[in-house]
Design a protein around this ligand. Structure first.
Ligand code: N01
Length: 538
């Protein structure tokens, strides 16, 4: 592309949405290729997820040495992670460092949200509307809006009645000290709630946790990284990254070959105990090959965790409420906590099971369930996100036929490779629905997708084409592949944000490709080699 001439016409080659992990790498990759790029970020600075989710205890539960960019050897040599699972502030510092090191902030306009984008078929460009009233035009539009960036609305009546402090984990705007000495109600026990609850309990007068679905929480076993550990990683970094690129989840895999019932009950127990010490995604849930495909095999691992909960939690009634009995281990996102179950042994923490007593309303100073009234000075919402489609629908996309994206996906998400969707030419999603992003080290998936998209656009340009669009056939095939892959697993049995079931009325589509990042990479590479079947290039 001729950057100079496109700039002079007021049309940029690419508009990118978001300045998180995706947007920053996108701006780096595309501007290095000589393209003009204009990025828009709703927040005041870089960071995306790691800018907004500042709740107490927030950290990534993919190890930081993997959950970081691999595209630049000097970058990965010069940055030193302090802990196995870096806290939010350190991940944000890393992202800021990357933005400054590669001088990327200049490509973005901050505090500016994309609120609409319409495909102009005559001129083959996107007309992108911003919340400041301006319209910008681009040949290509690429979303790095993230999968977990649109907070879910609280779908219980009465929140408006509550007169005390209200805060959500995903838009945390208070300090932990603001909860000191208060009676705090925490609603939600997914990854965010699990990380925040133990720290809130340390300062609050009392914490009442409102749990709807108990989840599997394994110990995070976070540790400081020693200089020797850091050194040994850096010596091998390129090989480690290469292993991650060809793995299942974008992290090194533990070599496991046998099924749960290939070994005796005693041997299984011994192995689960050892895996429990490892924790992380390579822990108990990865101990045998069939744990996510065979419900009986899974039961052996699930019951192992149930027993751990009963061992840790002193009050038997509370322990039983915490035991995750509604879904198999791993079928919805497992959580990794620090002193999570131990927190329920504190005298200032109590648990309310919303399965037994649903919330009916709130008053100015209490949460009212079907069985009781729980007074609170503060309410912390840890209720999750309108995953994947929320951020994309927020872009207000109108495709070639005049249909909105939410109309095109009325009966469920339909994509090609999780990257493109028919009727929306020259529009790409990075870490989109039906990509491996949902079940992988997302930074690795982001790099792969950005590179693939950049190569596709380059290929189209070399062919003299100005339009690239998923074909309906290519898209149908990909939807079939993602659905067949999930149908073979226990993910298919369980309601969660993975399939949109956390949002009332959202069609039930599994939001990820589960075949693994290595297999996906090979497929994408093969598709490129074959001249991009499944994509109309015109
Ligand atoms: O959200 P969630 P999250 N009344 O959707 C409950 C990533 N992440 O922010 O299960 C009462 O998992 C809901 O109950 P139920 C990670 O991918 C990563 O915690 O729907 N309760 C559930 O308990 C994660 O999976 C990290 O029955 C209500 C909770 O709220 C994803 O983000 C850290 C309710 C929501 O859990 C989302 O995690 C944090 C209602 N009306 C997040 N609505 C790390 O890497 C919802 N709930 C560490």
């Amino acid at each position: 592309m001729n950057s100079t001439s496109t700039s002079a016409s007021g049309i940029v080659d690419v508009i990118g949405v978001g300045a998180g992990f995706t947007g920053l790498y996108l701006s780096h990759r595309l501007t290095n290729a000589g393209w003009t790029f204009a990025g828009f970020e709703a927040g005041p600075s870089v960071g995306g997820t790691w800018f907004w989710n500042t709740y107490p205890g927030a950290r990534c539960d993919v190890e930081s040495i993997y959950y970081s960019y691999s595209f630049d050897e000097a970058l990965q040599q010069e940055w030193t992670w302090s802990q196995r699972f870096a806290p939010q502030a350190e991940i944000l510092s890393y992202i800021e460092h990357v933005a400054d090191r590669f001088d990327l902030r200049k490509h973005f306009t901050f505090d500016t949200r994309v609120v609409g984008a319409t495909w102009n078929a005559a001129d083959r460009l996107w007309e992108v509307r911003l919340d400041n009233g301006e319209t910008r035009r681009s040949r290509y539009l690429i979303s790095g809006a993230g999968g977990l960036s649109t907070p879910k609305d609280f779908d219980v009546p009465g929140l408006g009645n509550f007169a005390g402090l209200q805060v959500s984990t995903s838009r945390w705007n208070i300090s932990l000290d603001d909860l000191a000495g208060k009676r705090v109600a925490v609603i939600g026990t997914g990854s965010s709630g699990v990380q925040a609850i133990p720290l809130i309990a340390e300062v609050a007068e009392h914490v009442t946790v409102f749990q709807r679905t108990p989840n599997y929480v394994m110990p995070a076993r976070n540790t400081e990284l020693s200089p020797e550990q850091v050194e040994s990683i850096k010596v091998d970094y390129q090989a480690i990254r290469e292993e991650c690129r060809h793995s299942l989840g974008g992290i090194p895999e533990r070599p496991v070959a046998d099924k749960a019932f290939d070994v005796s009950a005693e041997e299984r127990q011994r192995r689960y105990e050892a895996a429990y010490e490892l924790s992380g995604f390579n822990g108990v849930g990865a101990e045998f090959t069939d744990l996510i495909t065979d419900v009986e095999a899974n039961r052996t691992a699930s019951e192992f965790i149930h027993d751990k909960i009963r061992e840790i939690v002193e009050d038997p009634a509370t322990a039983e409420l915490l035991v995750p009995k509604y879904h198999p281990l791993g079928a919805k996102r497992s959580c990794f906590g620090t002193d999570y179950y131990e927190t329920y042994n504190r005298p200032n923490v109590s648990l309310v099971s919303l399965r037994d007593e649903p919330i009916e309303t709130m008053t100015a100073n209490a949460i009212v369930t079907s069985k009781g009234t729980y007074e609170a000075d503060a309410v912390v919402l840890a209720i999750g996100f309108d995953a994947f489609t929320g951020p994309l629908y927020g872009l207000g996309l109108t495709g070639a036929s005049g249909a909105k994206l939410q109309e095109a996906w009325h009966d469920g998400v339909r994509t090609y490779l999780g990257i493109m969707t028919a009727d929306f030419p020259n529009f790409f999603m990075v870490a989109g629905p039906q990509s491996p992003a949902l079940a992988s080290n997302v930074v690795m998936s982001i790099e792969q997708s950005v590179d693939w998209i950049a190569d596709l656009i380059e290929h189209a340009l070399d062919a003299g084409a100005t339009l690239v669009e998923a074909t309906v056939e290519g898209q149908n095939d990909w939807v079939d592949i993602t659905e067949e892959t999930v149908a073979a697993t226990l993910y298919a049995t369980t309601d969660s944000w993975y399939r949109g079931s956390n949002i009332e009325g959202k069609p039930n589509t599994f939001m990820g490709y589960l075949g693994g990042v290595g297999k996906y990479r090979r497929m994408c590479t093969e598709i490129a080699k074959r001249g991009y079947p499944g994509v109309e290039i015109d």
